[in-house]
Design a protein around this ligand. Sequence first.
Ligand code: SAH
Length: 252
Amino acid sequence: MTDNKILQAVLLVAIMTSATCTGNADDEARYATEHAQLVRVIEARVRDASYFLGKSELDPRVMAAMAQVRRHEFVPEYMRWAAYENRPLPIGEGQTISQPSLVAMMTDLLNLSADCRVLEIGTGSGYQAAILAEICDSVYSIEIVEPLGLRAAALLERLGYDNVEVRIGDGFAGWPEQAPFEAIIVTAAAEEPPPPLVEQLAVGGRMIIPLGPAGRTQDLYVIKKTADGSMIEETIFPVRFVPFTRDEDQAD
Ligand code: SAH
């Protein structure tokens, strides 16, 4: 090879390497910019929904978690270009990762304390669980679709969330060994609140659950358990979630 050819080869390798590196760095920089924009969009959507929420700003801990958790980690690679758009996205198995502004509002509605223990039904991608794990001491999350649950558990572990436990199974039964929970969040639409979940809610605790017909619009409910054991229900606004399904062998 002539000196000139060697120089050309070296240059070509250098250009290819730097293209690969800047490709990744570019993606990271783009995600960071879009993530910051998404946080502004969530703030705007909260102001739009202030009539329903009774306030125009969410708990700063919720907004800090929204700014911290990188949503592109939780969406399939082919959908990453849209990871920071404020909309639900497919995550496989016919399921979706929820709209970020709704994740933020639902988390806020849980009124989480500093040392909260929370139960989530519908792990899906693991994104909502990560948001909760940023705020709470312990998060217990149940997913009925095994491949999704396994993938979310591995991802949450890789991201260092050692305060989240994921269980594969029908969330209808809740997680009695860890009950009671001060907060329960259901991220799939049910017709009625599952009685075991109501049972596992601590006195003074709150459950956030979309209730209504599958495949149509539901209402987002806040259900509070009072000191005398009675329940107070409040509807917040209409939502649309994937259906709460049941294990055939456990369904009644
Ligand atoms: N919270 C998720 C979004 C969930 S989509 C996220 O942040 O990505 C709703 C999820 O609820 C789906 O993954 C669905 O499989 C799951 N699901 C539906 N019925 C369930 C049940 N009975 N028990 C546990 N998970 C259920």
